[in-house]
Design a protein around this ligand. Structure first.
Ligand SMILES: *Cc1c(COP(=O)(O)O)cnc(C)c1O
Length: 240
């Protein structure tokens, strides 16, 4: 692999962000949506704080991290004055206590057990934690996320919990070879989002639909996403 200098990497981040913002705008316009409806999240897992801070300097105001430990260890080095962070990776109940109060939204709530723990820990800390419910839209085995058919039931139960506020839904669709197949998952997810919004459940504010990553964010925007989570298209391939 090519070795890039810090300066070159900074330039790439700037360039990539510009390209992505232009593409989001074009995808939105192609379906009659306004680009302002769509929030761009920079996914920063494995990325060094030096480069995360550069992205923030280039106007990124939302980052996403997958792991509690990784985020907490990087956080002291991040310039977060004008930037928020969401947790987007699978969360174990025993890590909830550490993350509550550290991120503005937990996007990966996929069980009542987890929601209950977030509620309990938020109440103890005197906070309200905003949450998205993660749906396993492809019904894939061995994948996190709630089963599609159980969404309403979980939302109803979460609506009764204090210390949390549901803001919407999140998904990671299956890897698809064909664009039409992927579009079907995004459409199904958007329909679920609209359906859940129409129920007007108490204490549920169905405003965020988080879907779309580096390889598929334009399709996601065309199918109603209003928050795209983009990592490698901004920072380059991840090195684990
Ligand atoms: C890593 C990750 C992303 C970003 O993936 P890229 O393909 O690098 O854009 C988005 N969402 C989740 C949940 C992730 O884990």
């Amino acid at each position: 692999m090519e070795i890039l200098s810090t300066e070159e990497k900074f330039k790439n981040i700037e360039h990539n962000l510009k390209v992505i913002r232009d593409r989001i705008s074009a995808a939105a316009a192609s379906v009659g949506r306004s680009p302002e409806e769509i929030t761009l999240m920079a996914v920063t897992k494995t990325v060094d704080p030096l480069f995360i801070n550069h992205a923030i300097e280039c106007g990124v105001d939302l980052i996403g991290e997958n792991k509690v430990q990784e985020f907490l260890s990087k956080k002291p080095f991040l310039h977060m004055e004008n930037c928020r962070a969401h947790l987007i990776g699978h969360l174990q109940t025993n890590k909830v206590r550490q993350i509550v109060g550290e991120v503005s939204v937990i996007q990966s709530v996929d069980s009542l057990k987890l929601a209950t723990e977030i509620s309990k820990r938020s109440l103890a800390a005197g906070l309200v934690t905003e949450c998205l419910v993660e749906v396993n839209i492809g019904g894939e085995e061995n994948k996190t996320g709630l089963e599609f058919s159980q969404t309403e039931e979980l939302l109803e139960k979460m609506a009764t919990l204090e210390g949390i506020k549901v803001r919407g839904l999140m998904t990671v669709p299956p890897i698809c070879e064909k664009e039409e197949e992927l579009s079907q998952y995004f459409s199904k997810m958007h329909a679920l989002f609209i359906d859940m919004k129409s129920k007007k459940l108490d204490n549920i504010d169905m405003t965020v639909l988080s879907m779309g990553m580096s390889g598929d964010y334009e399709a996601a925007v065309r199918h109603g996403s209003n928050l795209v989570r983009i990592g490698s298209a901004i920072f380059g391939p991840r090195i684990y």
